[in-house]
Write a protein that binds this ligand. Structure first.
Ligand SMILES: C[S@@+](CC[C@H](N)C(=O)[O-])C[C@H]1O[C@@H](n2cnc3c(N)ncnc32)[C@H](O)[C@@H]1O
Length: 227
């Protein structure tokens, strides 16, 4: 079980570190999920959120085609590859290669990036994952709207690239349900909201797991096929 703390180390406020950098570093050192991720060779603690959801709901299986949006630094991609999935990953930021996955650097809302992702999938996706976190401005309402817009864009993309019966796991902020759930009900047979144990106490993040994609009967995916 992840959760025990041992050998607590203190971060020193030196080397030009700001107070918030010191707090961040101390939190990293104190966080058992960070230590466990490092021990198991994962690039980020967020892997434990995906692992918990996957273990409980049987999301990822060998041979599945998975699209991982907001993938950097890459722990979800690492996890899905380790489960035997074929992964196409995308992020605005550069990501160190994950053997067994292909990576597209870009904004997933850009139509050219969408085309590239569809071409690399070379067939409908079984699962769309999104841990996308838009850059924040510090203005609460603006950030909330940006986060909602990102989830809507993920659901739109999932509607274009998923196979009928496929699933979408997407991060959202608490409070966005009123806007997002009506969209989900149109396209998916079932959904649930999950707050994984690895979520930081102060965070308002939730994960929406939508399953049983109904299909849209559009030839959208075929347009992106390469070759
Ligand atoms: C919390 S991190 C993802 C962590 C990742 N799941 C992992 O396990 O390593 C969120 C990521 O979303 C990316 N992101 C935000 N907006 C994006 C966009 N429009 N297109 C692609 N990536 C985006 C950020 O660059 C950031 O790397």
């Amino acid at each position: 079980m992840i959760g025990s703390r041992s050998g607590r180390r203190r971060v020193l406020a030196r080397g030009g570190r700001t107070a918030s950098q010191v707090r961040w570093l101390q939190r990293q050192l104190d966080d058992p999920y960070v230590a466990e991720a490092k021990k198991r060779g994962f690039r980020a603690r967020s892997v434990f959120k995906l692992e918990e959801i996957d273990k409980k709901h049987g999301l990822l299986r060998k041979g599945m085609a998975v699209l991982d949006l907001g993938a950097a630094p890459g722990s979800w991609t690492q996890y899905a590859v380790a489960k035997g999935c074929r992964v196409v990953a995308c992020d605005l930021l550069e990501m160190q290669p994950v053997p067994g996955a292909v990576f597209v650097r870009g904004d997933f809302t850009d139509p050219a990036v969408l085309e590239r992702l569809a071409a690399l999938l070379a067939g409908p996706a079984d699962v769309v994952l999104s841990d996308v976190a838009p850059n924040t401005t510090g203005l609460r309402n603006v950030d909330r709207l940006k986060a909602e817009a990102a989830v809507e864009a993920v659901l739109d993309l999932a509607g274009r690239l998923l196979r009928p019966g496929g699933a979408c796991l997407v991060k959202l902020l608490k409070g966005a349900e009123a806007v997002i759930l009506p969209l989900v009900r149109q396209d998916f047979a079932a959904h649930r909201l999950i707050r994984p144990k690895a979520t930081r106490a102060e965070s308002s993040e939730l994960y929406l797991l939508a399953t049983g994609f109904r299909g849209r009967g559009e030839p959208g995916f075929e347009a992106g096929r390469e070759g």
